[in-house]
Design a protein around this ligand. Structure first.
Ligand SMILES: Cc1cc2nc3c(=O)[nH]c(=O)nc-3n(C[C@H](O)[C@H](O)[C@H](O)COP(=O)(O)OP(=O)(O)OC[C@H]3O[C@@H](n4cnc5c(N)ncnc54)[C@H](O)[C@@H]3O)c2cc1C
Length: 465
């Protein structure tokens, strides 16, 4: 049977051909709609990736589900590298590996439960290519949306030459990122709320090249973290043998990015805090001089739609900090949720109801993943080096093994499940309170593995339900 939304093909405009927009364009075309995608940048398939650097993203279950729905997960798997856990580098060089997945839990694609590193540029190219292979999708690169008129259902696009064009549509989807032009127009609507906040911390990326034999210089199935309190270095491997290394730090203060202006200052900083990294990146100081410091912005808004004509998805609706590796995944989950709602639509005049249901379902999820991502920054930079925290993770992993489906660690709920983020956050807070009391037991370092501790934790959890 044809899907109801495809019984009435419409003219759809998608603004922004990033990770979410190109995937969404494909999903709409698969339902029989005529889709035009307007992207201010040039075609990502032409020319090298921006800056020639390899910038990667962690893809996990929520993203995979959306790719699966669009029928392209197998293609994406070919360019994805499994990452099985995090490897913490202490200042004295001690390494501690912590598996992401639960023992024995089956993962995706026949792999153990893990996350996957993908190159942002390659994934974007693949998504654009897959959408463009569909006869009903047309990409218009080098066209920036400068105005949207929701009453007239028109977009004004500025071409690279400076000339403008006005196009019409039945529905418009704003997938144009954190500084969305579509959302800018919604802000003039009555009772539309919007908040923007910059983190006091920024980041800079550098690449670690493979060794002389083209092999990875560090373990390639791990996300490496050098937790240093208020700042941290992270390295995520790429399938080409390189690592993308990112320093996240406050702008100001003694360990801040603002203090890393000269080669000497940068060399001293890395020698002091990351001594094992310097020999692995011989051109670190050259890269440091060339690569920019970037800021981290968060946005929230409500509602995520305008009547039955306009809808926001991905970073345009919810830009978050990157510390849970969920920005793109949550944007792709927007696509899964909205396409399911469209597929359940019984009449073609229900777009307004569908958009309202989408806002109702996704807004609490967007707020929760923003909070989770902020909390995870503190966890990654401050707690992953703390023995008490590592003990908590060991106890939780044990509980998850003894009581499968009853005790599910927060990381697993966020990364390896489709539980709405706000439900995961609530459950995580509950479990954290129980763990705080378990960890305060006398001699917990010796008794953590005992049946009494496990019993006490699960009983406390079940009492709270
Ligand atoms: C350092 C860092 C690391 C990250 N790591 C991860 C990770 O590991 N896992 C994860 O899931 N997420 C991660 N993220 C988040 C992820 O990058 C974003 O959530 C994701 O890119 C959002 O996709 P999007 O398509 O909504 O927006 P974008 O990727 O920003 O795409 C928006 C597109 O719209 C275009 N556009 C903008 N304005 C206009 C306009 N006016 N007219 C036409 N086109 C326009 C832009 O050129 C762009 O192509 C990370 C983010 C950062 C900053």
């Amino acid at each position: 049977m044809k899907k109801p939304s495809s019984l009435h093909p419409e003219k759809m405009a998608v603004v922004g051909a990033g990770l979410v927009g190109s995937l969404w364009a494909l999903m709409l075309a698969q339902r029989g709609h005529q889709v035009d995608v307007y992207e201010r940048r040039s075609d990502p398939r032409i020319g090298p990736a921006k800056g020639g650097r390899s910038i990667n993203l962690a893809l996990s279950d929520r993203g995979w589900r959306a790719l699966e729905k669009a029928g392209i997960s197998e293609e994406v798997r070919k360019i994805a590298l499994p990452i099985e856990g995090r490897l913490m580098h202490a200042i004295d060089g001690t390494l501690t590996f912590q598996r992401y997945g639960l023992p024995g839990a089956p993962g995706l694609h026949g792999d153990p439960q893990c996350i996957y590193s993908v190159s942002r540029a390659n994934l974007n190219r693949l998504l654009v290519e897959s959408a463009e292979n569909h006869t009903d999708v047309n990409f218009h690169f080098g066209q920036k949306c400068v105005h949207a008129d929701f009453q007239k259902a028109e977009l004004t696009l500025e071409k690279q030459s400076g000339a403008t064009d006005v196009v019409s549509y039945n529905r418009v989807f704003g997938t144009d990122g954190a500084f969305s032009a579509v959302r800018d127009r919604m802000m003039r609507s009555d009772r539309f709320n919007f908040e923007q906040r910059y983190l006091e911390h920024g980041y800079k990326e550098v690449s670690m090249q493979p060794d002389a034999e083209s092999a990875f210089k560090m373990r390639s199935d791990a996300l490496h973290i050098w937790p240093r309190g208020e700042f941290m270095l992270m390295a995520l491997p790429n399938p080409d043998g390189t690592f993308t290394c990112t320093l996240f730090a406050p702008y100001a203060g003694p360990n801040g990015l603002d203090g890393l202006q000269t080669r000497e200052q940068t060399a001293t900083y890395f020698e002091t805090h990351f001594p094992d990294v310097l020999p692995l990146i011989p051109d670190l100081l050259d890269q440091w001089e060339t690569n920019p410091v970037s800021s981290l912005v968060m946005t929230r808004c409500h509602p995520w739609h305008e009547g039955d004509t306009a809808c926001l998805m991905g970073d345009a609706a919810h830009a978050i900090v990157p510390f849970y590796g969920q920005g793109m995944n949550s944007g792709m989950e927007d696509c899964s949720v909205l396409i399911d709602l469209l597929d359940s639509m019984e009449h073609p005049d229900q777009w307004g109801e569908v958009f309202q249901a989408y806002t109702d379902a996704r807004k609490p999820a967007g707020d929760a993943i923003m909070e989770l991502a902020l909390r995870n920054y503190i966890e990654m930079r401050d707690k992953t080096g703390d023995p008490k925290f590592l003990l908590q993770k060991r106890i939780e992993s044990k509980l998850a093994t003894i009581y499968p489906g009853r005790w599910i660690p927060l990381y697993s709920q966020v990364t390896f499940s489709h539980t709405p983020y706000h439900h995961a956050l609530e459950a995580g807070l509950r479990q954290d309170r129980i763990m705080a009391s378990i960890l305060s037991r006398p001699k917990i370092e010796e008794t953590w593995d005992s049946p009494e501790v496990a019993q006490a934790a699960i009983e406390a959890l079940e009492k709270t339900h």
